[in-house]
Design a protein around this ligand. Structure first.
Ligand SMILES: [Zn+2]
Ligand SMILES: [Zn+2]
Length: 100
């Protein structure tokens, strides 16, 4: 195990439940909140569709030289933002299994 020094950056991982690609990052002044977002950027239409009070949109600022950083998109955000936008990861409904 290597301890990454990039406490402020996001890391790519996979959801332990549905194995979807995720970006996880500790956010907040005290890094108190761990965020997991989908690794797939949203289209503007998808952003509008998922944007509810319960679901946040994150701006993924990344470049070839830096680790990705998730920034919570507040009410004001440039419409022509060049970065990818992602949303909180929610596992898809589980496949029907033999629960019963
Ligand atoms: Zn943005
Ligand atoms: Zn999942």
């Amino acid at each position: 195990m290597t301890r990454s020094a990039s406490r402020k950056g996001g890391t790519y991982s996979r959801c332990p439940s549905c194995s979807a690609p995720l970006i996880t990052q500790w956010v907040g002044d005290t890094a108190a909140l761990k965020v997991s977002t989908d690794g797939t950027p949203l289209t503007p239409a998808e952003q509008a569709a998922v944007r509810t009070p319960n679901r946040l949109i994150w701006c993924l600022k990344s470049s070839a030289h830096t680790t990705p950083r998730l920034t919570w998109i507040h009410s004001t955000h440039p419409a022509d933002c060049p970065h990818a936008h992602v949303t909180d990861h929610q596992c898809p409904p589980a496949e029907p299994t033999t629960l019963f």
